[in-house]
Design a protein. Structure first.
Length: 425
């Protein structure tokens, strides 16, 4: 709020200052993830016809919150005052999907139907998405032994991305010994050639209500009694629509909700909201799954995407480390030794920063402090060798408080200031 007030003050009293922060065009993606205050900031910084907003209400996955584009217009009316040119036109719907084929979109639409029918207040109903291409139905692997899944990921499905509930991502990454495991919220805005949705149903907290939903046994006041299911439907829709080509639902063991989901997806015995339905997915046999062919160029592109995420100012150190682990994996699969080496150097620096962010100044001039300084010097040397000068600066400033005064002063004078000067030219 204070930032918006300062910008508004500059607009009225200091045109030069206002012009320095104002943007001629602002493009905002994933609009549904922003608060009304943040949207107000975008309107404050833009002029008439200068703001472009895009988003999907069905991907608003923060528990207890809903998003509608009508709210954006209410913010616009507030920001516009008497200047109605600032108010955007009514939102346009884009129903042609350029990412996923029809086999994936049919499953996504089926779960959206539940959302719009039983949770009408959670998202405005949109027209069904249509893909440019036809495609195969998703596969279902039910009660799949985790060891077999691990084998698949090291062989036939190497390079496929595993999506799971966010609080389980670290667990599955460790159990599967596989880098490409994402929480569903973490994967928002990304897209992948092949996706495995792992234990989504087995890990749900409300098993029987989910079974009743999927098998058409919903009672009265379902939305008010089980409001969190609306959020989980959005999560599932988000996970499904990350997929470009090959989609698998994997449940490692039976569960009330998981068994119902398998029945709903793979048979015609369950009516869909009172209508006859068709099987949206197929039961897959591990031994019949075709090997996923991912070219070296595709691995390289995914590695560059992961490295770019790690360098983003919005990424936390934990997010940067996870992205760099994925970048290293992709670059190694692509056989690109130069980029793999850069990503490893960057990763070692981020890992060092994570390890030492809780250190305090009382370690300075101790034996432990000398060990840290020596390790940091080696990492810096490697970063310079790889040309990662921005990370050199970030590393120095993150560790400056635990360096001896002599080391900090000489590093800044003889090294850091020169790098910053080079980057500012």
């Amino acid at each position: 709020i204070s930032l918006i007030k300062r910008i508004e003050y500059a607009r009225r009293n200091d045109s030069a200052l206002f012009d320095s922060v104002r943007r001629s065009k602002i493009y905002v993606d994933e609009t549904q993830d922003y608060t009304q205050l943040e949207l107000l900031l975008f309107f404050t910084l833009s002029g008439p016809g200068s703001l472009f907003l895009a988003g999907d209400p069905a991907q608003s996955v923060v528990e207890g919150t809903e998003f509608r584009f009508e709210e954006v217009r209410s913010v616009a009316y507030f920001a516009a005052g008497n200047n109605r040119k600032l108010v955007p036109s009514k939102p346009l719907s884009v129903n042609l999907n350029f990412r996923s084929h029809a086999g994936v979109l049919n499953v996504a639409s089926s779960f959206l139907d539940y959302l719009f029918h039983y949770y009408p207040s959670s998202a405005k109903q949109l027209k069904k998405d249509y893909g440019l291409f036809q495609g195969s139905r998703p596969g279902v692997l039910h009660k799949l032994d985790v060891k077999l899944l691990k084998t698949l990921l090291s062989d036939k499905l190497n390079g496929a991305v595993v999506l799971c509930h966010d609080d389980s991502a670290a667990y599955w990454r460790s159990i599967l010994d596989y880098t490409l495991v994402y929480g569903i919220r973490e994967a928002k805005g990304l897209e992948f050639k092949a996706v495995i949705i792992l234990n989504f149903f087995e890990e749900l907290p409300q098993q029987r209500p989910w079974r009743n939903l999927l098998l058409g046994r919903v009672g009265s006041e379902f939305e008010s009694k089980f409001s969190v299911i609306g959020t989980h439907l959005k999560l599932l829709y988000t996970a499904i629509t990350r997929c470009i080509e090959r989609l698998f639902f994997v449940e490692s063991k039976g569960s009330v909700a998981g068994d119902a989901a398998v029945r709903r997806l793979t048979t015609t015995s369950v009516k869909h909201l009172g209508d006859e339905c068709r099987a949206l997915a197929t039961r897959s046999n591990v031994h019949d799954i075709d090997a996923m062919i991912m070219t070296k160029d595709e691995f390289l592109a995914e590695g560059l995407n992961a490295a770019e995420i790690a360098e983003s100012d919005r990424a936390s150190l934990d997010q940067a480390l996870a992205s760099l682990n994925r970048a290293v994996f992709h670059f190694e699969q692509a056989g690109h030794t130069l980029y793999a080496s850069k990503a490893r150097a960057h990763r070692s620096s981020v890992h060092f920063r994570l390890e030492n962010r809780s250190q305090v100044r009382n370690i300075v001039n101790t034996e432990g402090g000398m060990v840290i300084e020596t390790k940091m010097a080696r990492i810096m040397e490697n970063l310079v060798k790889e040309g990662l000068l921005r990370e050199v600066i970030d590393l120095f400033h993150s560790a400056e408080s635990i360096l001896s005064r002599y080391t900090a002063e000489h590093l800044e004078r003889d090294f850091i200031l020169k790098i910053e000067s080079m980057q500012n030219k």
